[in-house]
Design a protein around this ligand. Structure first.
Ligand code: AMP
Length: 401
């Protein structure tokens, strides 16, 4: 039997297929531009005899068409991974927002779907796409157990002082306005790997997820006690196109003095800000090249990006009352030596001392970048949200749900 992991967004679906008892995926894929005529399916097969990547351009009118195409590829005779849909025993769905009630991986029922839908207002860009993916999966794979794994779940252990905003109670009680935090599947996965590697279940960790979206988590003994994203994935760190933390008065000023509408402000803070707003580029590879060419905007952007992370390290070390390891992960965290170096610079007082030469090496897997004498471990741990979801499916299956 197989486990299929699905990450269904508003206009794309990512998938990975695992054998029931293996951590190695047998194939993965990305279905992009759903709803457009120039849809693109990239299907990668990892079998020794037929390792290959297929790229198919076709119109993908909706999620159902996209998932049908995926099911067709999984069973296509020349590259078949499975003989029929019934061989997929479990489907694990990544769901961004589980609110306060969906706090652990859960078998999807009508009631669970209703709860995910009730959170549309809090996650308008994500939860509707997840529900589409779940409903199509139920139709195409009726024999499979459908499981939802939530990005917010890992952060549900935050104490109230960390998850509440200092505004009148009714906004929390009536509207659910509070810190939820995101990237939880990734933070939990790398924190778990760090704890195993350190052989210290009680370790005090700061996990730093730096991808297109960026967030940090303070983790004590495997439990998250604080995180940098808030009600939505906009708060906290500087990101590719998102501003991160900003004085709310900036928005009021723009609205009152410059006539910005709510929609324009949403676009400004989510799509036109962050590294893109500062440099004109949102991919760290471009900005790194410019930094090394002494471009002033790229220099400032890198410094601002790293400085914000540094401030959170200080805050979280205080919240944790100590620090055993920093863990860098995701696209930038795993690959960008410059970011790691700037973040760790002038942090000896916290026992953070990075080995500059090791930091430059491009190695796969878990890496320890701690210089001799460094009291705090500096780790790079590649994240793997799909594997984390597959493992949760396996665990729930073993528990007989
Ligand atoms: P993710 O969201 O984890 O897929 O991360 C995507 C981002 O990682 C990209 O937008 C890049 O900014 C960054 N990235 C990926 N590869 C590299 C690299 N080799 N060096 C620097 N940044 C990278």
């Amino acid at each position: 039997m197989y486990i299929l992991v699905i990450n269904s967004g508003s206009s794309s679906i990512k998938y990975q297929l695992f054998l029931q008892h293996s951590d190695q995926p047998v194939c993965s894929g990305l279905i992009e531009r759903i709803g457009q005529d120039n849809g693109l399916i990239t299907h990668e097969i990892f079998r020794a005899d037929v390792a290959q990547t297929l790229k198919l351009e076709q119109s993908i009118k909706d999620h159902e068409t996209g998932m049908q195409a995926m099911a067709g590829l999984l069973t296509r005779e020349d590259i078949a991974m499975i003989d029929n849909a019934a061989q997929i025993g479990t489907i694990g769905h990544r769901v961004v927002h589980g609110g306060e009630t969906l706090t652990k991986p859960t078998v999807i029922t009508a009631e669970v779907k209703e709860k995910i839908m009730a959170l549309y207002a809090l996650a308008p860009l994500h939860n509707p796409g997840h529900i589409k993916g779940i409903e199509v999966a139920e139709k195409l794979f009726p024999a499979a157990t459908q499981i939802a794994v939530f990005d917010t779940a890992f952060h549900q252990t935050l104490p109230e002082r960390a998850f509440r905003y200092a505004i009148p109670d009714k906004f929390y009680l009536e509207d659910g306005i509070r810190v939820y935090g995101f990237h939880g599947i990734s933070h939990q996965y790398v924190a778990g790997a760090a704890i195993t590697w350190l052989k210290d279940p009680g370790a005090k960790l700061i996990t730093i997820h730096l991808g297109n979206g960026c967030s940090m988590a303070a983790v004590s003994g495997g439990r998250c006690i604080d995180t940098s994203m808030g009600l939505t994935p906009l708060d906290g760190l500087v990101m590719g196109t998102r501003s991160g933390a900003i004085d709310p008065s900036v928005l009021l000023y723009l609205q009152q003095q410059k006539g910005y509408t709510a929609e324009q402000l949403t676009g400004l803070l989510n799509k036109q800000s962050g590294m893109l707003g500062l440099t004109g580029y949102n991919d760290m590879r471009d900005i790194s090249r410019l930094y090394h060419e002494n471009d002033p905007a790229a220099k400032l952007a890198y410094e601002l990006y790293a400085y914000r992370i540094k401030k959170f390290i200080g805050a979280y070390t205080a919240a944790l009352n100590g620090l055993d390891a920093l863990v860098f992960t995701a696209g930038v965290g795993e690959n960008d030596a410059l970011t790691r170096e700037l973040v760790c610079r002038d942090m000896e007082f916290l026992g953070i001392n990075i080995d500059i030469a090791k930091n430059q090496l491009r190695e796969k897997g878990l890496r320890d970048l701690t210089a001799g004498g460094g009291r705090t471990r500096i780790l790079v741990i590649p994240t793997n949200e799909e594997l984390a979801i597959a493992r949760e499916c396996r665990r729930l299956g073993a528990e007989g749900h």
